[in-house]
Design a protein around this ligand. Structure first.
Ligand SMILES: Nc1ncnc2c1ncn2[C@@H]1O[C@H](COP(=O)(O)OP(=O)(O)OP(=O)(O)O)[C@@H](O)[C@H]1O
Ligand SMILES: [Mg+2]
Length: 273
């Protein structure tokens, strides 16, 4: 059985490229032959739309329904909620049902780990499970972080984003302490960059605000209309403009994300020697 890595893509700031990253990273990992599941944990359903389900709120069976099932104590192990994308990966759609779930969680036992119970029931079929978070630090994001091995943090390059990140890093640390000791920051990376010369300054600011040891990827995702087009093209950047700079950047991100686990394994192997 595959040992899945569960990775949340999170930043409470809106519109920084979380959903775009989940789609393209997932498609890139699938191109590399990995078994991939994308999960839309955002009531906006943006990822679900990007994946070709233009009316996410009309879908009868979504993440919100299965989270309700978990709360009710029953998970359908056949997983009829899972859909397939033509680029070779699976996804669980999300829609506004999740808003009601988030509100209802307040009164639920183990409210922080409802999503984890669901992910644990399904992740055995996959190498990678990627969770697309909504732009907040509310209960759905806490659930996503509680279910994850790693969190990836996209940061907008032309924005004083470093200060915004301290709250997210604080949330990650307290979830690690209280709920999910295996949670790590897999990497911070810059998105929507117009000029990669900014990189040094933004990276320095991120480190100053969030700790020197915070891993920052080499990958910088450029700002390009090609990536904006992906949200309605029903295909990833690898199909939309395979030879462009955005595809090259996301290919690099795929490599760096794949490396997270490898380095981790090497490290733990070294320690046990
Ligand atoms: N590198 C990029 N260059 C240009 N446009 C981009 C890039 N990445 C994403 N976009 C566009 O910017 C908008 C926001 O991107 P996206 O939806 O991925 O962000 P998000 O962080 O998921 O937003 P939210 O916080 O609302 O969930 C979308 O219209 C998307 O198509
Ligand atoms: Mg989004």
């Amino acid at each position: 059985m595959a040992k899945a890595k569960v990775i949340a893509v999170a930043n409470q700031k809106g519109g920084v490229g979380k959903s775009t990253t989940v789609f393209n990273l997932g498609a890139g990992l699938a191109m590399d032959g990995k078994k991939v599941l994308l999960v839309d944990v955002d009531p906006q359903g943006d990822l679900t739309k990007m994946l070709g389900q233009r009316k996410p709120h009309d879908l009868p069976l979504t993440l919100g329904n299965v989270m309700n099932d978990v709360v009710g104590g029953s998970i359908d192990q056949a997983h009829p909620e899972v859909m397939h994308h033509h680029e070779g990966f699976d996804f669980v759609p999300g829609n506004r049902t999740l808003s009601a779930v988030e509100v209802g969680l307040v009164n639920v036992m183990s409210r922080e780990t409802v999503l984890r119970q669901y992910i644990d029931s399904i992740k055995g079929n996959y190498d990678y499970v990627l969770l697309d978070c909504r732009p907040s630090l509310g209960m759905l994001v806490i659930n996503a972080l509680s279910a994850s091995d790693y969190v990836l943090i996209p940061v907008q390059a032309d924005y004083l984003a470093a200060e915004d990140m301290t709250e997210l890093i604080g949330t990650v640390q307290s979830i690690k302490r209280q709920i999910n000791p295996r949670l790590k920051v897999g990497g911070v990376f810059l998105t929507m960059a117009n000029d990669t010369n900014f990189r040094k300054d933004v990276v320095a600011a991120v480190r100053e605000n969030c700790g020197k040891s915070l891993p920052v990827f080499q990958t910088v995702i450029p700002a390009t209309v090609r990536l904006a087009e992906v949200s309605t093209a029903d295909k990833s950047i690898f199909k939309h403009e395979p030879r462009g700079k955005a595809a090259a950047a996301y290919r690099n991100l795929v490599r760096e994300v794949t490396d997270i686990g490898t380095k981790q394994r090497q490290k733990s192997a070294d320690i046990s020697r």
